[in-house]
Design a protein around this ligand. Structure first.
Ligand SMILES: CC1=C(/C=C/C(C)=C/C=C/C(C)=C/C=C/C=C(C)/C=C/C=C(C)/C=C/C=C(\C)C=O)C(C)(C)CCC1
Ligand SMILES: [Fe+2]
Length: 515
């Protein structure tokens, strides 16, 4: 079996660490003479680190999406991405151009799935945020079938951060923007297994919409990149960082990107929605907070009649703007400054509270500085506790997802967009451990539990390190999750790109049908 190029591991790998770390992110930003505008537009590049009997093997491959193939064939960008609008061949006649303008009002979206990896049953998919996902072979990184969510339900956009229940079923959220003007957020389930007689059919035929939340504004649905789940609830934050549908529909004609139609209204409120997973009913009390921008939920859980949920929040949308390639020049480490720092915030929302409580009283009964204050109209205004500042790309031990937990693993950033450290943060004691080294830019840290784990942090943390010093090679770093001390590194003597997200696939889960 070919696992990729073998690299020397310096240090000691735990013997139980057998499997594949699969990662995804943007890799190619120039095609022929054309260039994308935004870092999140780049052609998806898949990476794998295979751990086999104490050795580490590496391979990378561009996702052969239809978008990738069309671009390469034309030797220029011909498919629009979120931050870059592509136009037909300038040599096309006027009728071809007019048809193209009309078809872009509700366009065929890209299948350049560059954000994350999703597991369903024994299958793995590269995911983005459109209605398309691409099946991949986790061992060879070959690109397989394209799945179109719209064939199974009316979602046009879906998150790249699905959740998994204990049976491996996927719970995800998507937005329906073209269903007869009824803009809504949909929570849907993809089963991990299908009946034997149906195995030949697509498992997506069994996709089930569990609940729909109507958008507060039909023409301005919120953008969201992730959501939370607890044992009994789905947690959805409807932030005033919104897609302007009228602007989106006319973006192509106006010669602007879809990203320019994403607007942050700092005067508006952020609304919380909690959907009961068993009754499929939404909690009727209106909970809200001040305007914020969030991409990543960290975790959520229930405690004594409250929902506690932790997110990485911003006071504006400067993070998205910072990733425009015109801002990522060689000196951006010094010159590009975030105007809003990623901040780990905890909201504590009382679901069961004294209905006769006085207006103005704080209904939070847990030990936290987060508040939830009853308003005259019966709604509840929540203000968060700041757990810590300057962490992004959070990961947890997923066995603790939806449960009271202690540890977040994340990259650390200050006012500059460059990740300089990896952090382990204890949300209960607020203690923080770090790993850092000169010129090292770590990617999102992935926690892998020890199969015999007794405690939440029994395991290791894997992160890819891009090195800004051209004389040094990038490497895969392995940390002991408990002590945050280095167990070792595999120096990868090839170009390694900064990526977005990934997952570890234990050896027993990574067998393909052909094996
Ligand atoms: C990576 C580093 C960092 C932080 C990264 C963060 C916070 C990344 C967040 C990534 C997100 C939000 C990615 C979203 C991508 C969305 C895409 C590609 C959407 C595509 C949608 C399309 C094409 C279609 C749209 C159509 C519409 C809207 C029509 O209606 C730091 C800051 C931690 C450190 C450096 C590294
Ligand atoms: Fe993300």
């Amino acid at each position: 079996m070919d696992y990729g190029i073998s690299f020397l591991f310096i240090g000691q790998l735990p013997t139980w660490l057998q499997g594949i770390l699969l990662r995804n992110g943007p890799g190619m930003h120039t095609i022929g003479d054309t260039k994308y505008n935004h870092w999140f537009d780049g052609m998806a590049l898949l990476h794998s680190f295979t751990f086999k009997n104490g050795e580490v093997y590496y391979r990378s491959k561009y996702l052969r999406s239809d978008t990738y193939n069309s671009n390469i064939e034309a030797n220029r960008i011909v498919v629009s991405e979120f931050g870059t609008m592509a136009y037909p061949d300038p040599c096309k006649n006027i009728f071809a151009k007019a048809f193209s303008y009309l078809s872009h009002t509700i366009p065929e979206f890209t299948d350049n799935c560059l954000i994350n990896i999703m597991k369903t049953g024994d299958d793995f998919y590269a995911t983005g945020e459109t209605n398309f996902i691409r099946k991949i072979n986790p061992q060879t990184l070959e690109t397989l079938e394209k799945v179109d969510y719209t064939k199974y339900t009316a979602v046009n956009l879906a998150t790249s951060h699905p959740h998994y229940d204990s049976a491996g079923n996927i719970l995800n959220m998507g937005t329906s923007i073209v269903d007869k003007g009824k803009t809504k957020y949909m929570i849907f389930k993809i089963p991990s297994s299908v009946p034997e007689r149906e195995k030949k059919k697509s498992r997506f035929k069994h996709l089930e919409v569990l609940y729909s939340i109507h958008s507060r504004s039909l023409l301005h649905p919120s953008y969201y990149h992730s959501f939370g789940i607890t044992e009994n609830y789905v947690v959805f934050v409807e932030q005033p960082f919104k897609l302007d549908m009228v602007k989106l529909a006319t973006a192509y004609m106006r010669g602007v990107s879809w990203a320019s139609c994403l607007v942050f209204n700092k005067e508006e409120k952020t609304w919380f929605h909690f959907v009961d997973r068993r009754t499929k009913k939404e909690v009727s009390t209106k909970f809200y907070t001040d305007a914020l921008v969030l991409f990543h939920h960290v975790n959520a859980y229930e405690e004594d009649g409250h929902i506690v949920f932790d997110v990485i929040a911003y006071t504006d949308n400067s993070l998205y703007d910072m990733f425009y390639l015109k801002n990522l020049t060689t000196d951006f480490e010094e010159n590009t400054k975030l105007t809003s720092m990623p901040s780990c915030k905890r909201f504590v929302v009382p679901l069961q509270y004294d209905k006769d409580a006085a207006v103005g009283s704080n209904l939070v009964k847990l030990p936290s500085t987060a508040t939830a204050v009853k308003q005259k109209d019966g709604s509840i205004y929540c203000q968060p506790e700041t757990l810590c500042e300057g962490i992004e790309l959070p990961r947890i031990n997923y066995d603790y997802n939806g449960k009271k937990y202690k540890y977040v693993y994340a990259t650390e950033v200050k006012w500059s967009p460059v990740p300089t450290k990896i952090a382990k943060f204890n949300v209960q004691t607020k203690e923080m451990l770090h790993w850092e080294e000169d010129h090292c830019w770590p990617s999102e840290p992935v926690f892998v539990p020890n199969p015999d784990a007794k405690e939440e942090d029994d395991g290791i943390v894997l992160t890819c390190i891009v090195v800004s010093d051209p004389k040094k090679a990038p490497f895969l770093l392995v940390l002991d999750a408990k002590t945050f001390k280095e167990l070792g590194r595999a120096i990868i003597d090839v170009e390694l790109h900064l990526d977005l997200h990934g997952m570890f696939i234990p050896e027993e889960d990574s067998k393909t049908e052909t094996q």
